[in-house]
Design a protein around this ligand. Structure first.
Ligand code: GLN
Length: 304
């Protein structure tokens, strides 16, 4: 770190530090250098980003400056901002994230939208509303199921993950959004514990790992070096978990129940073939994400 801020230097005001850090991040090819500098500095100072500008000529204490330097170094090593500050916004809700869970992606909001489109809105006039049972597989931080539950809290929600650390974190996120009595989290590997119990759900939803193994090393270092590989690796062709869920989920869906999945940007045709071959679904609909990629597929259990 050349000409780096020295602890205790009275010249290091908020605004000077933001300028210096922005150009330092730029020279290291860090994405969105200015906003990254703001987020990290606001985190150290326990301020909102906007408040940095209300106090722009406030100097930092020795302690604050050394804390900030540690965060700059972590980001330069490509650690994602969300892991550094421990929070990621998704569906306008803040979720605690750790290295045990994938950082929720903006495109995954399309999965939430698809689920909501199948769940009638709660309204006091709708006294006969049928409560649905909704299950998420591989919940991670809980962002998807908690976003849905926040919008439709009158249904019954379940969510599982094979990582106990993820389940604990998802429960913590549920609590911080006062949804801990609405969503039931449990530790499980996909549908394994539910098959024998013949548990039925009106909707099963998942954003499973779908990146082909050989592609993982080619992703940005932020993903490749820091995010949990178990949440990304979809085996040789990337389709291992998607295939497994499609072939199994209909056994746990109630009559006309829906299965909703997030898929990789180039997986539409292969997924269509898997669903078709399985033969237990109808009304297969793909929806695009904000970048125009087919990102979500939904299907209904065949009514036989
Ligand atoms: N969309 C994620 C990525 O960009 C992958 C998430 C997944 O495998 N479910 O890496």
């Amino acid at each position: 770190m050349q000409n780096q801020p020295k602890s205790g230097d009275p010249e290091w005001t908020i605004i000077k530090l933001l300028k210096w850090t922005t150009s330092y991040f730029k020279s290291h090819d860090i994405d969105s250098p200015r906003s990254t500098a703001e987020i990290l500095l606001a985190h150290v100072l326990k301020l909102k980003r906007i408040d940095l500008y209300l106090r722009y000529d406030q100097p930092l204490s020795i302690n604050e400056l050394s804390q900030f330097k540690v965060l700059i170094k972590r980001r330069i090593k490509r650690e994602p901002v969300a892991y550094i500050v421990g929070v990621k916004e998704f569906w306008s809700m803040d979720f605690t994230v750790t290295k045990d869970v994938l950082i929720p992606r903006p495109e995954t909001e399309c999965l939430v939208e698809a689920a909501l489109s199948l769940l009638p809105e709660d309204s006091s006039s709708n006294i006969n509303q049928i409560q649905k049972r909704i299950l998420e597989l591989g919940t991670g931080s809980g962002a998807v199921i908690l976003a849905i539950a926040s919008m439709r809290p009158n249904h019954i929600f379940f969510a599982s993950d094979r990582s106990i650390k993820a389940v604990k974190l998802a429960r913590q996120n549920a609590k911080s959004h006062s949804l801990d009595t609405v969503v039931n989290f449990f530790c499980a590997d996909w549908l394994t514990p539910l098959n024998s119990e013949r548990q039925r759900f009106d909707m099963i939803i998942s954003n499973p790992p779908y990146v082909p193994t050989r592609v993982i090393g080619l992703l940005q270092p932020e993903i490749d070096k820091y995010e949990p590989i178990r949440a990304l690796d979809g085996d040789k062709d990337g389709l291992c978990c998607l295939r497994y869920i499609i072939n199994d989920a209909h056994l746990n869906l109630s009559r006309k129940g829906s299965l909703l999945l997030e898929i990789g940007h180039d997986q539409k045709n292969k997924i269509f073939k898997i669903i078709h071959k399985c033969g237990n679904y109808q009304d297969i609909v793909f929806t695009k994400d904000y970048s125009g990629y087919d990102r979500v597929v939904r299907m209904t259990k065949k009514d036989v």
